[in-house]
Ligand binder design. Structure first.
Ligand code: ADP
Ligand code: MG
Length: 655
């Protein structure tokens, strides 16, 4: 049959134009696409041969061969897969039938209609555009193909100028050769990327196609000095050129092996090389699911949290593969954000290689896989907490904050999140300074205690020195310590545990519930009545700095403390928001500050005396100010005017 010329479909022409004029920088993906086609073609032959063994003609030595040619500026990708006959070439290569490519074009069209600047660069990146991506780097593409089991070979050729030709030709053996005549900028030593360079090809295969299950071969030229009969190199002898065929890909994805065949060392090596980890992972999850939805997942909790885990520049997410061909990394929509520390990959034949990042991330398959993985991970953490406390605490020290963020963000991620996570929480407790769960805390709460008490400060030492802690310590009431900024926000979101409410020792009233405390409360009320004027006058001096000044029922040896109202935010929360304000967030979040004074402290008597000397005296004013500033300092908050504070203190000391 003679050579025939065909016009491309309008849509195909459009796509080709896009490819030829592409400004997309990641042009190297064309190689991934062509390798994946070759691998698919071998798969197809393999499956067809299961029922028709004649098809392979006894040759099941499958391969993909790369043949760069620097002189002719071509790169040829050969496979001995199923090949195509004439009708198939026209059907498969000449038209666009794929949903992914169609969606791609539609999106471009839509963007054009809406008159948006079409960001073609981004769009190509989001869509793998299959065979046509070759035209990003090619002047001309030829296909020479022979269908397995058929005699005739077909040659297809196009310079992407609107038409293509098809003719019969000669070929030795079944399969397909794709011959790409490279644009000048993609070959030669001055090229921005030289696709005829063995090492470039080797690197790209490692990056994108390492787990393709057929060998991807490439010839390397080596030189060898001839050796004498003793195997010693002959000095001065002319070197002999040798061709060495190397397989570029490792082929066997670790995750496709059976768990029982994989050693811990292999898992460790895998995560170190694939995910650039320094240490062996803390825990590895390897799951293989078969059924309506098929997938394999190989995930790990890295030994150490990256320093930027909670910064905006950290990119969480898993890698996705489809039939061992890499689709994308950092896929965020698989796992909830509180598992952002997980590393690993999911390989599923049910994920499509050729659809946009967006469509893929929203796909139902992905959601289902993600849900199942989340469940597995949480189950395993629960088991660890129950059976391997020490290991769990190690996990907690690295990633506990993520779990707390998960609770804090539960208002966005759905009501179920809190129930999933609350039993994974650990807090340092005032009892023995150990980490405890909320369950452990509530189970040993005395009958009379109604609330779960917690205290927040920057570290353990700071908490234990808080004046508010003293009384609780004396009464043997267990207090949970909170050191992270997110803690109090998470507690707010949690609201309660097992019907018990959380109560900050620095907020609202302390209702310790025992008889002794009741008595103390009464006493405080009496003193408060007597010193009503004093409190009123201190408040007047301090003005807007505090909302209220009170006689305290929570202090032992401390003279003063600053607490916040039960209803509003705490002081620590206020500080967090203030820090955010510096980063551009509005500071609408203010704690209602209450200054509490210990009526049993010597200072109280002195204060009374000075007050009696006149509420407008400088002495009284200085005293009030110093009291307030002390309370601020205890909370770790700097006074607005430290010099002023120092001056007043110095004056007092000099007296
Ligand atoms: P996809 O791989 O998603 O189907 P492509 O644009 O990459 O889309 O390829 C289009 C079609 O061309 C393939 O579906 C296949 O039928 C055919 N094809 C491409 N490359 C080969 C090849 N090396 N061997 C046999 N058929 C091929
Ligand atoms: Mg393809």
């Amino acid at each position: 049959m003679a050579k025939e010329t065909f016009e491309f479909q309008a849509q195909t022409r459009e796509l080709l134009n896009l490819m030829i004029n592409s400004i997309y920088t990641n042009k190297e993906i064309f190689l991934r696409e062509l390798i994946s086609n070759a691998s698919d073609a071998i798969d197809k032959l393999h499956f067809a041969a299961l029922t028709d063994s004649e098809l392979t003609g006894g040759d099941t030595d499958y391969y993909i061969y790369l043949k760069p040619d620097k002189v002719n500026k071509t790169l040829t990708i050969c496979d001995n897969g199923i090949g195509m006959n004439r009708a198939e070439v026209i059907e498969n290569i000449g038209t666009i039938a794929k949903s992914g490519t169609k969606a791609f074009l539609e999106q471009i069209q839509k963007a054009k209609e809406e008159n948006e600047g079409v960001n073609e660069k981004e769009l190509i990146g989001q869509f793998g555009v299959g065979f046509y991506s070759a035209f990003m780097v090619a002047k001309k593409v030829e296909i020479i193909t022979e269908k397995a089991g058929e005699a005739a070979a077909i040659r297809w050729e196009s310079a992407a100028d609107g038409s293509y030709t098809v003719e019969e030709c000669e070929k030795t053996g079944r399969g397909t050769d794709i011959i790409i005549t490279l644009k000048d900028e993609f070959c030669g030593d001055d090229a921005e990327q030289d696709f005829t360079d063995n090492y470039t090809l080797q690197r790209l295969i490692k990056k994108y196609s390492d787990y393709v299950r057929y060998p991807i071969k490439l010839d390397f030229e080596t030189e060898e000095t001839p050796k004498d009969e003793n195997g010693k190199e002959i000095e001065g002898a002319k070197k002999i050129k040798k061709i060495e065929t190397r397989t570029l890909n490792s082929m066997k994805p670790l995750w496709t092996k059976n768990k029982s065949e994989i050693t811990p060392e292999e898992y460790n090596e895998f995560f170190k090389t694939q995910f650039h980890e320094w240490d062996n992972p803390m825990e590895v999850f390897h799951t293989k699911i078969e059924g309506a939805l098929e997938y394999t997942a190989l995930l790990a909790i890295p030994a150490k949290a990256p320093f930027n885990l909670y910064h905006a520049d950290y990119e969480p997410g898993l890698s996705l593969y489809s039939r061992h061909v890499f689709i994308m990394d950092k896929c965020k929509d698989l796992l909830p954000d509180y598992l952002r520390f997980m590393k690993g990959l999911v390989d599923s034949p049910d994920l499509q290689l050729n659809i946009s990042r967006e469509l893929l991330q929203q796909s139902r398959e992905l959601k289902t896989i993600g849900k199942a993985l989340e469940k597995d991970i949480l189950k395993s953490l629960e088991r660890k907490l129950k059976n391997k406390r020490e290991d769990y605490e190690k996990f907690w020290n690295e990633y506990g904050k993520s779990i707390k963020f998960g609770i804090y963000n539960s208002m966005y991620s759905g009501a179920g999140t809190i129930d999933k996570l609350k039993d994974l929480l650990l807090y340092t407790s005032s009892k023995e300074g150990k980490l405890v769960t909320l369950k452990e805390y509530t189970e040993r709460m005395p009958e009379s205690q109604k609330d779960i008490y917690y205290a927040s400060a920057k570290d353990k030492e700071a908490v234990e020195k808080m004046p508010q802690m003293e009384l609780l310590r004396e009464k043997g009431i267990e207090v949970l310590y909170m050191f992270d900024q997110v803690d109090e926000f998470a507690i707010e979101a949690l609201h309660e545990y097992d019907g018990k409410h959380f109560h900050s020792i620095s907020r609202g009233e302390l209702n310790l519930g025992d008889a002794e405390s009741e008595e103390m409360k009464k006493e405080t009320e009496e003193i408060a009545k007597e010193s009503g004027d004093l409190m009123k006058d201190i408040k007047e001096v301090l003005g807007d700095k505090v909302a209220e000044v009170k006689v305290s029922a929570r202090l032992k040896s401390g003279a003063v403390c600053l607490v916040a109202d039960e209803a509003g935010p705490s002081l620590a929360m206020e500080q967090t928001f203030a820090a955010m304000e510096q980063n551009g967030a509005p500071n609408f979040f203010k704690a209602r500050r209450i200054l509490e004074i210990n009526p049993h402290h010597e200072l109280f008597a002195r204060l009374k005396t000075i007050h009696e000397g006149g509420k407008d005296s400088d002495d009284f004013k200085d005293y009030c100010d110093l009291l307030y500033t002390q309370a601020l300092l205890i909370e770790g908050i700097l006074p607005e005017n430290p010099t002023d504070f120092a001056a007043k203190l110095a004056k007092l000391m000099a007296k």
